[in-house]
Design a binder for this molecule. Structure first.
Ligand SMILES: [Zn+2]
Ligand SMILES: [Zn+2]
Length: 428
């Protein structure tokens, strides 16, 4: 049993020494926004920051990601996980990259926390291991480029964390601590929020073209199949309770032919979102059933393609008790919102399925998230208080074995995840 000690003075001193450097690192990363699997400069900035501070870096993970470890390699193993990628925003004909989801703050803060842990010797004194994992490609965008990378064999899946999980980067981890900016300007933090999961479906209906005036009876109208399927999907939604948060809005994205031709091809696409994994998988199966049987009813063919999205995020209550305690050292209860249910998604949901995970929220944005007018307005909260919460949480967890939650069935869950969610052996 290790000797307990009060680390709060260490944290204060660390923050005092490093506050300017963390903000500077954040501003620098913000200046180099790069979309997923293209985070070359961001990787360079982070690698050289860690290297300068005597922290070895393992590079080239999921193409542009990295991992850095501190500690003995034994004992409780905490992963500090940050997203690296930026968004693409269209202005006129040009597509501009911008860090309008605040990922540059995550990488700056967690790299800063690693530096503070290293220079204070806190991990060695408390025991255990802390890994910083910078993950590429969280935003589900730019998919043609990513599919090309898959074809070239450079990645296997479309999101950064999915590749990192499949490649075993999280196999030795006990828990995940992460954070994400929120758009709430009235409070400082949110804790315990849930994210929806999603998948993408594409149903292609094919029939037979014919003259729509002279001989429609010789055709098989693919648009009728897609239209019937839209009705079936609307009725199918009734089979889910409100709490499922099922959201499904099919869009007819392409129809062949002209006004005097019976269309022989119609494509129906939809995101499916739900609050739990079971409900999401169930909705996916029911979508397939609607499409296949509506096609059959009219003598059409139907081929369904799907894109794996992200799992819903359910956070670890045990870890959030610690996070909340650390937040309360910095602000009053009224500055913290709890258990927000968000319609947004993130690949941190996949991590939350495998390991005890937190992703607390912090405020400090000016402008809207995912928009061109996004900026960090409150650097004190975004960088400094956030770093204090993470540092405090790490220390409290390492110092108190009774708080160290683990996932005993990680191996089983990972096997299910690879097979059922990433469909590793299905050849898709
Ligand atoms: Zn985002
Ligand atoms: Zn984000």
């Amino acid at each position: 049993m290790m000797e307990r000690f009060d680390y709060s003075e260490d944290i204060k001193a660390c923050i005092g020494r490093n506050r300017e450097e963390i903000v500077r690192l954040g501003r620098e990363l913000f200046r180099f926004p790069e979309p997923g699997f293209r985070e070359v400069k961001s990787n360079e900035i982070l690698t050289s920051f860690l290297f300068r501070n005597g922290i070895p870096v393992q590079n080239g993970l999921a193409l542009t990601g990295l991992r850095a470890d501190l500690g003995s390699g034994d004992g409780y193993h905490i992963a500090l996980v940050a997203d690296m990628d930026a968004l693409l925003i269209k202005t006129g004909d040009r597509e501009l990259a911008i860090h309008s989801c605040g990922h540059s703050v995550q990488t700056a803060v967690l790299a800063g926390v690693m530096k503070m842990l290293k220079e204070s010797g806190l991990v060695d004194r408390l025991g255990g291991t802390v890994s910083f994992i910078a993950a590429p490609a969280e935003e589900f965008i730019d998919l043609e480029y990513r599919k090309e990378l898959v074809r070239e064999g450079k990645i296997r899946y479309l999101s950064g964390k999915q590749n990192l999980i499949a490649d075993g980067v999280f196999d030795d981890i006990d828990c995940v601590i992460s954070m994400h900016i929120n758009g709430d300007s009235g409070t400082l933090f949110d804790v315990g929020s849930a994210l929806a999961g999603f998948m993408v479906k594409r149903a292609v209906f094919t029939g037979q073209a014919a003259h729509s005036g002279a001989a429609p009876h010789l055709g098989r109208n693919a648009l009728h199949g897609a239209s019937l399927c839209m009705d079936a999907i609307a009725y199918m939604k009734d089979q889910f309770p409100k709490e499922a948060g099922l959201s499904l809005h099919p869009v007819l994205t392409s129809v062949s032919g002209g006004v005097n031709i019976i269309p022989d091809r119609a494509v129906l696409e939809s995101y499916i979102r739900a609050n739990t994994l079971d409900q999401l998988l169930e909705a996916g199966e029911k979508f397939d059933r609607c499409a296949i049987h509506c096609a059959k009813a009219l003598g059409l063919e139907c081929a369904i393609g799907d894109e794996t999205g992200y799992m819903p995020l359910k956070q670890s209550d045990a870890l959030n008790t610690v996070v909340l305690r650390q937040m309360k050292k910095l602000c009053g209860d009224d500055a913290i919102v709890r258990n927000v249910v968000s319609g947004a998604s993130g690949d941190v949901g996949d991590l939350g399925y495998l390991l005890p995970t937190v992703q607390f929220g912090f405020s400090g944005v000016k402008g809207r998230i995912h928009s061109g007018d996004f900026a960090i307005a409150d650097e004190e909260n975004a960088y400094i208080r956030t770093a204090q919460v993470v540092l405090g949480t790490v220390c409290e967890l390492l110092a108190n074995p009774d708080l160290q939650v683990r996932n005993g069935d990680f191996a089983e869950r990972k096997a299910y995840y690879l097979k059922r969610w990433l469909r590793q052996d299905s050849g898709r």
